[in-house]
Write a protein that binds this ligand. Structure first.
Ligand code: 2AM
Length: 190
């Protein structure tokens, strides 16, 4: 089964992001916009795991979340991966990475690696993917998209309290992935 660990977003934030996506859809650009119900902040992509490993993974997540305090995250900046010249992913993230979030992602990497889950080579970057670019955009078009996100986001309050971590199964289908909650883990009350 394909699985990943993520932070779910409050419905108000999903709605705000969805409104921004709607504004950008009028552009004739080849971008797959992530469905509002699928918007999330990935902590760790597990890839294909044998279902019999699930309990072990849940215990690792539980061990980490139990000793990590909940935190507030402020989403305040759009960006792209890997860079403006070859952008494939459009995201919203933060330039104020909470220490607890950084530790959560690091601990998951370290402890899951012991159980044979491959480590992510890149350092953790807290982001919510909102769109996937299907074919390279002109730099000027991409700059327009990013500017529009900044304008649309100005004045919005995108802070939220993160109190739990979710383990998702991802099922790939012709209409895109469908995510199912496998389990949820409360963070320590701060
Ligand atoms: P991202 O969009 O936040 O970057 C569920 O599939 C999530 O896992 C995706 O939203 C993506 O996170 C992440 N993901 C999917 N495939 C991945 C891969 N091969 N390597 C790392 N992360 C991946």
């Amino acid at each position: 089964m394909r699985a990943f660990i993520a932070i779910e977003l409050p419905v108000e934030i999903k709605n705000s992001l969805s409104r921004i996506q709607e504004k950008l859809k009028i552009e004739p650009l080849k971008i797959n916009w992530v469905k509002p119900q699928n918007l999330h902040l990935t902590l760790k992509f597990l890839g294909d795991i044998p279902p019999k490993q699930l309990n072990e993974i849940k215990q690792i997540i539980s061990g980490i979340t139990r000793i990590t305090s909940g935190f507030e995250i402020k989403l305040n900046t759009p960006g792209v991966f890997p860079d403006m010249a070859a952008a494939r992913i459009i995201w919203i993230g933060t330039d104020q990475l909470p220490l607890e979030l950084k530790q959560l992602a690091e601990q998951l990497e370290i402890k899951l690696a012991v159980s044979g889950i491959p480590r992510q080579e890149k350092t953790f970057s807290a982001h919510i993917t909102i769109g996937r670019i299907k074919s390279l955009l002109l730099l000027s078009d991409l700059e327009k998209v990013i500017d529009k996100i900044k304008t649309a986001a100005a004045g919005l309050n995108w802070g939220f309290d993160c109190k739990k971590v979710t383990l998702f199964e991802s099922t790939l289908g012709p209409g895109g992935p469908a995510y199912t909650v496998l389990d949820q883990f409360n963070l320590k009350i701060a």
